[in-house]
Design a protein around this ligand. Structure first.
Ligand SMILES: *[C@@H]1O[C@H](CO)[C@@H](O)[C@H](O)[C@H]1NC(C)=O
Ligand SMILES: *[C@@H]1O[C@H](CO)[C@@H](O)[C@H](O)[C@H]1NC(C)=O
Ligand SMILES: *[C@@H]1O[C@H](CO)[C@@H](O)[C@H](O)[C@H]1NC(C)=O
Ligand SMILES: *[C@@H]1O[C@H](CO)[C@@H](O)[C@H](O)[C@H]1NC(C)=O
Ligand SMILES: *[C@@H]1O[C@H](CO)[C@@H](O)[C@H](O)[C@H]1NC(C)=O
Ligand SMILES: *[C@@H]1O[C@H](CO)[C@@H](O)[C@H](O)[C@H]1NC(C)=O
Ligand SMILES: *[C@@H]1O[C@H](CO)[C@@H](O)[C@H](O)[C@H]1NC(C)=O
Ligand SMILES: [Zn+2]
Ligand SMILES: [Zn+2]
Length: 601
């Protein structure tokens, strides 16, 4: 049944807005008001009608929700009441409101039932602290073992000619099974280029054969073409794959569809890369339905994520040892030794995400994942083993306490964690980690790799990392990286003889840039990235180059002044709180920090 269309409108709203506010629950809210959600959304030109929501509207909606929750145990009726309120208050258009009641009905309402929010609390999350007071996400601390931190050894380049591992990195594939060439590339829904995308009358852009510069995901042929080209670009020592398999039609997804897509793409990757290349996956926020819904293990029965993790364990069994499959089934995370001297930890970042409304019930180290991470890291430190961490959502976009604890762990184990790799934002960026005492010594960098998908208005792409090793005593640090893209302008329109253009039947995936070359840095150590950020401040040319590469060579919006300051601040903020401290890190005034969150969902 495909009745539901657009819980997403409502929920993406909650999702995007929450990050702007809920981590500062006790602040007075004056600065927070500047974290303007409308700004973030309009920058990505995603036209949601709920942008008009105000504090009174929000409170009205949640009053209705609470009244409904008090008087109804029937989730159906509660959902209906929300839909009604949504229509009456013009929160979104009629169709969207009607369908809010569908997809999100069970899970959202159950979470709300378990953790009833007063309108003022709910609206503190949705609109910001100026609209209420919220402290459900209570602070918590992981505990570190009483083992003194080993002396810090600054990284040094490996001897010339030392072996390097070549790692393929795939993230955010977002395959749209309903992508149709020639369908409307501009529509009111959050996802276009598909059957039923209603074209607005005033524009006539059509979806291209290989993909489209718009709010569109990818047809399977592009994913397959990417894999074919990736194989030609091999050999690969191993592969990191950080999730987000399905398309952005989050309002109309079912569990069986999600599993079919997970299965199809996992098998396709296995088929093309062959049995000898190990792929290490991580769980994205789009793997579940409703999107972002990842109940921690304290939720049992049909509401739990077993339906998802069990299939993952089955599909990924060719790549992962039995021990890893045990924790994967339990919580969607695992650890595995890649080679002697190098261990991988794949985190389920959905347990850090405020978008995961299950965490309203209890957000204290969900699934004990970070405490588990500490244990793994301590064991590795004892053995002299290095650790790479992969995950979907970058840590700075996490709930405040989660992000704070993660930063603390990265500080304590800076000598052990030699690589951090994430995705989710779809653009090519990175974030710095500094020593907690002075916040001035760069000690880590989280790479955020660009997406395979075009969403929104990007070229398709993939990333390659060059890592020191494999030889005894190798640092396992990232030494360089490359980004490959499919230039859609060229791929979709090969010039024919008669002036007509048609798609290139075998389009080229080309090197967009190599990091050391493009940025003129000798190595990619944390200090190099830190210096690069400083150069962005004084050298606009360098920054604009980064901005171009950040969008995989297809820039839709220029970035100057406030935008530039925001981006630079973001790059320095491996921890969520740092967004507030930009004024202290350099000459920028705190007043200038606008909204930074991604409007990807
Ligand atoms: C916002 O509200 C104004 C006036 O109430 C209305 O004209 C406009 O269409 C609304 N915008 C959206 C995106 O709903
Ligand atoms: C967590 O640790 C910090 C720093 O040590 C401390 O200030 C804070 O009070 C602790 N929070 C809790 C909830 O224990
Ligand atoms: C598009 O949808 C219509 C009606 O929903 C259906 O009849 C048609 O076959 C679909 N087209 C394609 C190419 O799937
Ligand atoms: C995989 O590795 C094995 C053993 O090294 C080798 O015999 C086999 O040909 C390889 N398979 C492929 C598809 O490369
Ligand atoms: C479990 O939940 C899913 C999604 O909410 C639903 O489609 C399915 O019917 C449920 N199964 C059982 C046995 O309740
Ligand atoms: C939340 O979970 C943590 C860790 O599992 C537990 O210690 C704590 O008691 C829980 N809090 C509540 C309010 O249930
Ligand atoms: C893509 O191709 C177009 C047309 O040839 C060209 O103008 C553009 O610069 C290319 N983009 C990139 C990132 O190479
Ligand atoms: Zn994504
Ligand atoms: Zn994502």
């Amino acid at each position: 049944m495909k009745t539901s269309t657009s819980g997403a409108f409502f929920f993406c709203f909650v999702l995007f807005t929450a990050p702007l506010s809920s981590s500062f629950p006790l602040e007075d809210g004056t600065n927070i008001a500047k974290y303007n959600f409308v700004d973030a959304v309009s920058r990505f030109r995603v036209e949601f009608s709920w942008r008009n929501i105000s504090c009174p509207v929000c409170k009205a909606i949640f009053t209705v929700v609470d009244l409904a929750l008090l008087s109804q145990t029937n989730t159906e009726r509660v959902a209906h009441a929300i839909g009604e309120a949504c229509t009456k208050l013009h929160l979104a258009d009629k169709r969207v409101c009607r369908e809010i009641t569908e997809l999100f009905r069970d899970d959202v309402i159950r979470a709300l039932q378990e953790s009833v929010l007063w309108p003022t609390e709910a609206c503190a999350v949705i609109v910001g602290p100026s609209c209420g007071h919220f402290d459900i996400y209570a602070p918590w601390n992981i505990s570190l073992p009483h083992v003194p931190k080993p002396p810090v050894v600054p990284p040094t380049p490996p001897k010339p000619g030392s072996p390097q591992s070549r790692i393929l990195f795939l993230t955010d594939i977002h395959w749209d099974a309903e992508y149709i060439e020639g369908s409307s590339a501009d529509c009111k829904d959050p996802l276009c280029c598909r059957n039923g995308s209603e074209p607005p009358r005033w524009r006539h852009r059509e979806a291209g054969y290989w993909g489209t510069y718009s709010k569109c995901d990818l047809p399977l042929r592009t994913v397959e073409n990417m894999l074919q080209n990736v194989v030609k670009a091999g050999p690969w020592d191993w592969v990191y794959w950080t999730g987000d398999i399905p398309a952005h039609n989050v309002w109309a997804q079912t569990r069986s569809q999600q599993l079919r897509e997970l299965t199809t793409i996992s098998r396709l990757i296995h088929k093309y890369l062959g049995p000898n290349v190990t792929v290490y996956p991580a769980v994205g926020n789009h793997e579940s339905t409703p999107v972002n819904s990842f109940p921690p293990p304290f939720v049992h029965g049909n509401y739990s994520s077993h339906w998802l993790y069990d299939t993952m364990a089955k599909e990924w069994a060719p790549w992962l040892p039995a021990q890893a499959l045990v924790t994967l089934r339990h919580g969607g995370f695992y650890t595995v030794q890649i080679q002697p001297g190098l261990r991988l930890v794949s985190l389920n970042m959905n347990f850090c995400a405020r978008e995961n409304f299950w965490l309203m019930v209890n957000s204290t180290d969900p699934a004990d994942q970070l405490q588990w991470l500490v244990r793994i890291l301590q064991e590795s430190e004892n053995k002299g083993e290095k650790v790479h961490i992969i995950g979907h959502i970058p840590p700075s976009l996490c709930l405040s306490s989660w992000s704070w604890n993660y930063y603390h762990i990265v500080n304590r184990y800076e000598g052990t964690i030699t690589g951090q790799f994430f995705g989710h934002t779809h653009v090519d960026e990175f974030q710095m980690f500094y020593d907690e005492e002075t916040m001035s010594r760069p000690l880590g960098v989280a790479y955020i790799a660009p997406s395979v998908t075009t969403y929104i208005s990007l070229n398709p792409g993939y990333r390659v990392y060059y890592v020191d090793g494999n030889y005894p005593g190798s640092s396992r640090l990232v030494l360089d990286h490359e980004t490959f893209i499919l230039n859609l302008t060229e791929a979709n329109s090969l010039e024919g003889g008669s002036g007509l253009s048609k798609p290139d039947p075998s389009p080229k995936w080309t090197l967009l840039y190599r990091a050391t070359e493009a940025y003129g840095v000798p190595t990619l150590f944390p200090s190099d990235w830190n210096k690069l950020i400083s150069s962005f401040v004084i050298d606009d040319g360098a920054f604009q180059k980064f901005w171009y590469l950040r969008h995989k060579g297809h820039v839709s919006e220029i970035c100057e002044d406030v935008c530039k300051k925001t981006v630079i601040c973001y790059l320095r903020s491996g921890r969520y709180e740092e967004l507030r401290h930009c004024g202290q890190l350099d000459e920028f005034s705190e007043d200038d920090i606008p909204s930074i969150t991604k409007s990807m969902c």
